[in-house]
Design a protein around this ligand. Structure first.
Ligand code: 3HC
Length: 295
């Protein structure tokens, strides 16, 4: 398949990443089907896309006509077979649990046309292991977006052990057609490249605060104003979702060992369901309009 043959893209999972990826694909002119397991979840994802497109239009980042065309090209779907029956590419962004993903990939493999490329937005799980439950591991790679997808330029394109070069080349071309910058990650290792760096940074920040070496404000001021990251470490956790950070870390801990042991502070945040922006509270409180990190 060539880039020009791609018309219909199905995004599985309408959560934070899924609806953001669907929005990016719709803005690039593709027909998009956004699928999740319940009507309410898909509708919520669709509403988030509308919110984001409105924001972009208000700021003249896109025109009103682009906004209208993008929202019209997204079709919310619940039935998996209907979602993928004409998909050229499926981008999967469902929950970060290996067993659940494997079940979905088996179902997907049976339902999707033979030509369909599978691209997983997993944050850290093995592309090779996921691809092996399908009969098309050579048409399977990682396509890892960053939060928020509509604002973040980078996409990691990850080779599984069985991925054909044509697949990663095509998915990299697809990322470019979305207006993104693809970076090939040639080896399928936990966390790939970005999360292998960012997630331990976030965890280390939690250990420092838990052990009373530093305050949250000190850590975030340093990461933002000295190391020059666009967000402080704790702001970033709240942006990505502390639950997502913990999922990645748990997997890295399991596969790579104790250097990646999650901090009890991070665990506590997740136990208290203080996931960050999406729940209105994380390391910062978002109910009253957000965060201003002090110098
Ligand atoms: N669509 C449209 N607008 C959005 C939006 C979205 N999805 N999300 C936020 N906005 C809006 C906000 O509402 C706010 O609007 P306002 O100006 O009307 O208040 C505005 O965008 C926020 O803009 P800011 O002025 O605060 O910030 P910038 O525009 O300068 O930058 C940023 C925002 C691009 C997110 C920047 O802070 C950044 O790069 N942060 C780092 C993010 C990052 O590193 N993400 C990757 C994390 S790792 C990951 O995702 C991997 C995963 O696997 C764990």
């Amino acid at each position: 398949m060539e880039l020009d043959d791609i018309q219909t893209i199905t995004v599985l999972g309408a959560g934070t990443m899924g609806h953001g990826i669907a929005e990016v694909a719709a803005l690039a002119g593709y027909d998009v089907r956004l699928r999740d397991i319940e009507e309410e979840i898909v509708q919520d994802g669709y509403d988030q896309i509308e919110w984001s497109l409105d924001k972009l239009a208000e700021k003249d980042i896109i025109g009103e006509d682009e906004r209208d065309a993008a929202i019209e090209s997204v079709e919310p779907v619940v039935d998996l077979e209907e979602a993928v029956d004409d998909a050229d590419v499926v981008i999967e962004a469902i929950i970060e649990q290996m067993d659940i993903k494997k079940d979905v990939y088996q179902e997907l493999d049976a339902a999707a046309p033979e030509r369909t490329i599978f691209a997983s937005n997993t944050s850290s799980l093995s592309i090779t292991e996921l691809s092996e439950v399908t009969d098309r591991p050579e048409q399977f790679c990682g396509m890892h977006f960053f939060n928020p997808p509509v604002q973040m330029d980078l996409v990691e394109v990850i080779n599984g052990a069985h991925t054909a070069e044509e697949t990663t080349d095509l998915v990299a071309d697809l990322a470019e057609s979305f207006g993104k910058t693809p970076v090939h990650v040639h080896k399928d290792e936990p966390g790939f490249v970005v999360n292998r760096i960012l997630v331990p940074l976030m965890n280390e920040a939690c250990w420092m605060v838990a052990e009373d070496f530093a305050t949250i404000a000190e850590v975030d001021s340093t990461t933002k104003y000295d190391i020059n990251l666009p967000m402080g470490a704790f702001e970033l956790g709240d942006q990505v979702g502390n639950d997502v950070i913990l999922h990645v870390l748990d997997y890295m801990h399991e596969v790579l060992g104790d250097a990646y042991e999650p901090s009890p502070l991070l665990q506590q945040k997740v136990d208290d369901e203080e996931y960050g922006k999406k729940t209105g509270k994380g390391f910062y409180d978002y109910e009253d309009g957000g965060v201003d990190v002090p110098m």
